[in-house]
Design a protein around this ligand. Structure first.
Ligand code: GAR
Length: 325
C-alpha cells in the first residue's frame, strides 16, 4: 500500500472570528479513525478567539491582519503559511475575506467553505435575516467547494434548519451553527477520503466513459463495464475493477497497445499501473484509481484510447467529429 493510503490528510483552517466550526472540525479530527488532521489555524485578525482556542489545543497558528495590505499580498502570506504547515486542503470556517482568483485557482478542488444558507439561495451576507424576511420555512447551511464565483462551487453537503415563528436572525444563526458543527466534519472527512472511495471513483469513470460516443454500461463478471457500439453487438472498452482477485487497487481496465507497453508501464510506474489478473494477458492494463495524486485527465485519455482501439470502423470517426465540434 502506498504511504498515503494510511496517512491522514493535512488541513489548514482559515478563520476570522469565533471559530466554533474550527473547533468542531478540530475535535472531530481527534476521534479515532479521522481521515484528516488540522495542521494549522490561520486568521486575518490576530485577536480572533479561534486562535486562542487552537493554541490551547496545541494546534499551530498563524495570524496576519489584512488592514493596509494588498489583497494579493495578504492571500500570498496566508497561502505560504498553509503550505509551510504541509496543508493539502484549505478549509474556510467563517473566513470573511474574498480570495483572489489566483489563490482560488491554485487550490481548486482542495478548498472548502461553509456558508449559512441553503445555497444557491442567499449567497453573500445577512443570510438569516434575508431568509426570515422572505418568509422561508427553512434556512440552512451548505458546505461547498470554493470557486472564483462567490458561494457558487459544487455543493458537497447541506442541512436544512426550520425557521420558527418569531425567529430572529440571531436565534436562527445559533441553530444553524449547531447544524454546521455536525455537517462540516462529516463532509470534510468524506471529501478527503474520496480518492479511495470506490463509489465515487466509479461515478467519475462512468461520467467519462459514457461521455464518449455510442457507449453504454453493461455488467461483466459482476463488475461494471462500458461498451461501444449497439446494445446488441457492442464491445467492452473499459472495466471497473474494485479490488478484484485480491488486488489492493481500485482500477480502470482499458486496452493498451499490447503486452510490451503494459509491462513497460507497470515496471516504470508501479504506483500508477498494474497488470490485472486474466485481462492482463490479453492487453488490458489496470490504471490505478485509488491514488490521492491521480490525474483524471490521464484516466480520460486512457478511456479515449481504448474506445478508439475497440470501436467498430463505422463509428471510429465519431470521436474526431466530437472533438472538432
Ligand atoms: C458560520 O455560521 C459560517 O457559516 C459563517 O460564519 C459563521 C462562522 O462561525 N460563514 C459565512 O458567513 C461565510 N460567508 P464560527 O466562527 O463560529 O465558525
Amino acid at each position: 500500500m502506498p504511504d498515503h493510503a494510511t496517512a491522514t490528510a493535512k488541513v489548514a483552517v482559515f478563520v476570522s472570528g469565533t471559530g466554533t466550526n474550527m473547533a468542531a472540525l478540530l475535535y472531530a479530527s481527534r476521534l479515532p479513525g479521522s481521515p484528516y488532521e488540522i495542521a494549522l489555524v490561520a486568521a486575518n485578525d490576530p485577536a480572533a478567539p479561534a486562535l486562542a482556542l487552537a493554541r490551547a489545543e496545541g494546534v499551530p497558528t498563524f495570524a496576519l491582519a489584512h488592514a493596509g495590505m494588498a489583497r494579493e499580498d495578504h492571500d500570498a502570506a496566508m497561502e505560504r503559511a498553509a503550505r509551510d504547515a504541509g496543508a493539502q486542503y484549505i478549509v474556510l470556517a467563517g473566513y470573511m475575506r474574498i480570495l483572489t482568483p489566483g489563490f482560488v485557482g491554485r487550490w481548486e478542488g482542495r478548498m472548502l467553505n461553509i456558508h449559512p444558507s441553503l445555497l444557491p439561495a442567499y449567497p453573500g451576507l445577512d443570510t438569516h435575516a434575508r431568509a426570515i424576511a422572505a418568509g422561508d420555512s427553512y434556512g440552512g447551511t451548505s458546505v461547498h467547494l470554493v470557486t472564483e464565483e462567490l458561494d457558487a462551487g459544487e455543493i458537497l453537503g447541506q442541512i436544512a434548519i426550520a425557521i420558527q415563528p418569531g425567529d430572529t436572525p440571531a436565534a436562527l444563526a445559533a441553530r444553524v451553527r449547531l447544524a454546521e458543527h455536525q455537517l462540516y466534519p462529516r463532509v470534510l472527512a468524506d471529501y478527503v477520503s474520496r480518492w479511495n472511495d470506490p463509489q465515487h471513483l466509479l461515478a467519475r469513470v462512468r461520467t467519462l466513459a459514457l461521455a464518449l460516443p455510442q457507449t453504454h454500461e453493461r455488467e461483466s463478471h459482476g463488475a461494471p463495464g462500458f461498451r461501444v457500439g449497439t446494445e446488441k453487438s457492442g464491445k467492452f472498452f473499459a472495466h471497473f475493477s474494485d479490488r478484484h482477485h485480491g488486488a489492493p487497487h481500485v482500477s480502470l481496465l482499458v486496452k493498451c497497445a499490447g503486452l510490451d507497453e503494459l509491462e513497460t508501464l507497470v515496471e516504470a510506474q508501479p504506483h500508477a499501473y498494474h497488470k490485472p489478473a486474466y485481462y492482463g494477458a490479453s492487453g488490458w492494463i489496470g490504471v490505478i484509481l485509488n491514488r490521492a495524486d491521480l490525474d483524471w485527465d490521464d484516466a480520460a485519455h486512457w478511456l479515449r484510447r481504448s474506445w478508439q482501439q475497440v470501436a467498430p470502423k463505422s463509428i471510429a470517426g465519431l470521436l474526431d467529429t466530437a472533438d472538432a465540434s
